[in-house]
Design a protein. Sequence first.
Length: 539
Amino acid sequence: MRHSCEGSALQILLVLAYLASFVACGGGSSNQTLPPPARATSYYLDCSSTASGSGTQGSPWNSLTSANAFAFQPGDSLLLKRGTTCSGSLVPQGSGKDGAPIIIDAYGTGARPIIDGGMNEEAIRLLNQQYWEINNLEVVGGNLFGIYVSGDQDKAVLNHIYFRNLDVHGAHYASVAHGDSGELLIHADGTTTLNDILIDGISAHDSLTSDGIQVIGAAFTPPYNSSIVLGSNVTIQNSTAHDVCNVGILVMSVKGGFIQNNVGFNTGLCPHQTATDAIGCVTCANFIMQNNESYANQADEPYDGGGFALDTNALDSIVQYNYGHDSMGYCIGHFAGPAVASVNNVIRYNVCSNDGQKDSLSYQGEIVVSGGSFDGVQIYNNTFYWNPVGDGPAIYAPNALYSGTNPNFFKNNIIYSTAPTMINMTADLSLDNNIYWTTSGTVPTWQIGSNIYAGFTAYQAGTGRDSHSFYVEPMMDSPTYHEVGRPTTAFTLMPGSPAVGNGANVCTGISGCSMGNQDFWGNALPNGSGYSIGAYQPQ
């Protein structure tokens, strides 16, 4: 349609029509200009100010009430003045968009601004919102939660929720059931799923709420099946969780992501509760748990109190380069849920030391594999210093059931033990190229199924297992180290160690299997052959 340059402007009601007319009439030389695009705006909050302003830096808001009443737009930011405390619950409105998240951060100098949730249900809450980044705050109190993020919209995907450099502590509630509370919880409810979640540099601590940090990427009733959509792309890193009722850091129902470079300790403080590990992943696919430290984790009866757990319907996931020590229970637990197998999971290049510090727990060992069904459990090149309160196996897997065609094996590991019992497992797990040693002064034993073998020679002869393995002192530097802080030289192999060069390429003949790229200390692995036994690969 051709427009007349002399037509009435009242006939042009839409911006697009106006633009077309403007160009057709040669309006390029006109002084008229288009309306400027909406710009992201920074709003300021100073809870020490005596009067509430308009939200500018010169005239800031002075309460969470003002911030909660405002609908933020993509790209906007809410900046809290450092050195101040805002009391109440921060419940900001609006959502950002891809490339333009809404940001909450600090301004000025001094200590991080504090949000004190008091006895409100939470100190910070986001509900059915996405594209938010919250940085550089201290979050105190709240009753059930310090920070709570959730979504319950039908088949919605909530994207891009980032938390960085937060100190979250002191929520008031005392947990009575796992998952009923926590310092930082991000939950997908109903048919909502989560995508692109980052938790980086968070300290969650000192409360009797259930968990320190918990992310549930999708909600479903087990058992998991392939028709169920999981959350995706969740990363928790550079964070610390301690002194909580149950789990320090927990991810559930997620495909793709990392739990890395974190520390979890002194978890499991509440009596008569289960799931009391430092760091865990439940129903995780293509997930990596690496470079974490756990210690001093506690448990009431009858089990848990461990460092790291890969639990229930895990798929194609890896637990590597972790250091666990001084917990009441196991170092690493791999558990399968009912009805559906955990498939093709790897535990490698970890160092575990001085766990099993509560003799009455049911599941004890530096490694525990138990329950359900497993189709592919690969445990290799780990180093264990096993020093339990009472005698018990360093590797405990008598209840594990195996199915499918993926290989199940325990190879290239070092067990240095003060107890005489080396392993207790079924006949379905292949064992070879390991080193066993006890300082107990008594004859070591191996249990396969219901059969117990006293002495390494009798064990080899009676089972045909570990034919390339050794019962010998492995000659490691500081083999009983169990201090806080990742070992730098402890557990490395000394010159002349029988572990040097006597490992196997465990992936030989296995499609899709990989030995990985480096050892626990970051050393490059041999190229195809010449592997050593244990988590250290000398250069």
